[in-house]
Design a protein around this ligand. Structure first.
Ligand SMILES: C[S@@+](CC[C@H](N)C(=O)[O-])C[C@H]1O[C@@H](n2cnc3c(N)ncnc32)[C@H](O)[C@@H]1O
Length: 421
């Protein structure tokens, strides 16, 4: 590490060629499972095509639902994904690695007989997880039916097909509960007519089979690999052996999404644990993250932490931990990157308690300290479905208009760093 000066991106002009405003983002398996803050596939693809070549390994250390992993494979790169969230890992494995259609069709035929009332459905013993959270969110009939589906899934021997079924099962948790569908965060909708679980599950599977088969056709003549690990980006170098040519990601944000809360129904089933307790601590950006002793190498980060401390000590300490965790992750990414390799981060700045949280500048300073050069800094407008809007000064979330008759484009940065300059 070396000491570095503060960076500013204030003069960077908006680049509309990165807006991808009217693109279809739901093609192939991209929409088999909901996930917050997914990559725009075309954006990930453009980065991958520009900063790696076919045959390379591309790494997403915060892979979420696996959008970048899928795009990497679609353009002939092998993909490695890491995420701490078990739902993310499951979805990525299924989304970016199709099952041969004949195998899928045979497995589904056999499984479907179990879900058919004419065969064994009425006799299936529901799998029970004694969880107050599940009972608080899922009506009794749906919970029993989900328990039956889960029991049938657990009996499936073929691991890839079992994962395929689990993705469908996970995605229907919000449909089949009192979860307010338009809300990402957990919020009850007591007026909701909660649909039948078995019918919803079968509908979801049919959609997924269709998409799986399209993806299989698209990928069948390519020769790439996919590896996805449930692990922590802060210990990345211990997780896999390969070196990568490009690491592309959109990291977690500080105190913005609590991924455990958002996916709590799925995680309870997948991990078979009644309540979630301590699992949140491992998530970077969570309000309850464990403190760290890393020395922050970014002057902008130190200034932000200091300014916040005057207003809100606990928030300041969350932000400090967040920057420490991100720096630790960057050091680990560096260990896995080939000489002259690239790192690309898609990140927005935000405001907390009226203090600007300049994530982009902070990350650039941290990579300078690791001796990376700035290859390209793009300021991209966020597509107009979010317009006119800006981020709320207190929460950092998108909210209503900025006035002064100036059209304010919400934007984010695409940072490209090159190793070894
Ligand atoms: C913005 S999301 C990534 C979304 C992804 N680009 C997509 O297209 O779906 C950030 C991810 O970071 C993950 N994350 C949080 N803490 C982590 C950690 N310590 N190690 C690895 N991943 C972590 C979250 O689970 C979440 O999936």
């Amino acid at each position: 590490m070396r000491s570095i000066e503060a960076v500013s991106f204030e003069g960077v002009e908006l680049d509309f060629s990165w807006a991808f405003e009217k693109e279809n983002t739901r093609y192939l398996t991209h929409d088999i499972h909901r996930y917050p803050a997914k990559f725009i596939p075309q954006l990930a693809r453009r980065i991958i095509e520009t900063y790696s070549v076919p045959g390379d390994y591309v790494l997403d250390p915060f892979c979420g639902s696996g959008s970048a992993l899928l795009e990497a494979r679609l353009v002939g790169r092998s993909a490695i994904g890491v995420d701490i969230n078990p739902v993310a890992v499951l979805v990525s494995r299924v989304k970016a690695d199709p099952i041969p259609p004949v195998e899928l069709s045979e497995e589904w035929k056999e499984f479907n007989e179990g879900t058919s009332p004419l065969f064994s459905w009425n006799h299936v013993e529901p799998y029970v997880i004694d969880s107050t959270t599940l009972k608080n969110w899922i009506p009794e009939k749906q919970l029993r039916d989900l328990g039956k589906i889960f029991r049938l899934i657990k009996d499936v021997e073929n691991e890839r097909f079992r994962n395929f079924l689990l993705v469908a099962f996970s995605n229907i948790q919000k449909d089949c509960s009192w979860w307010l569908m338009k809300s990402i965060k957990p919020c009850h909708d007591w007026d909701k007519r909660v649909p039948d679980a078995r019918t919803t599950f079968i509908k979801q599977i049919k959609k997924m089979i269709n998409k799986n088969n399209q993806l299989w056709e698209t990928l069948k003549d390519t020769n790439t690999q996919l590896k996805v690990y449930e692990s922590d980006a802060r210990v990345l170098s211990t997780v896999f052996d390969e070196k990568v040519a490009l690491s592309v990601f959109s990291p977690p944000y500080v105190t913005s999404y609590e991924y455990v809360d958002i996916h709590k129904l799925s995680i309870i089933w997948l991990k078979e644990i009644p309540e979630l307790n301590d699992i949140k601590r491992e998530f970077i950006g969570s309000t309850v993250s464990n403190p760290s002793d890393i020395v922050i190498e970014s002057p902008t980060a130190l200034k932000i932490v200091e300014e916040l401390e005057k207003k809100d000590k606990s928030l300041s300490s969350s932000v400090q931990t967040y920057f420490q965790d991100m720096q630790k992750s960057f050091e680990e990414i560096d260990k896995k990157l080939l000489p002259e390799g690239f790192v690309s981060i898609v990140i927005g700045n935000t405001k907390l308690r009226r203090v600007e949280i300049k994530n982009a500048e902070v990350f650039a300073e941290m990579f300078r300290a690791l001796r990376y050069g700035e290859e390209k800094i793009v300021k991209r407008p966020i597509p107009s479905k979010n317009l006119p809007s800006t981020r709320d000064a207190k929460t950092g979330r998108f909210t209503s208009v900025t006035t002064n008759h100036v059209k304010a484009y919400p934007h984010e940065y695409i940072l490209i760093f090159k190793k070894g300059r």
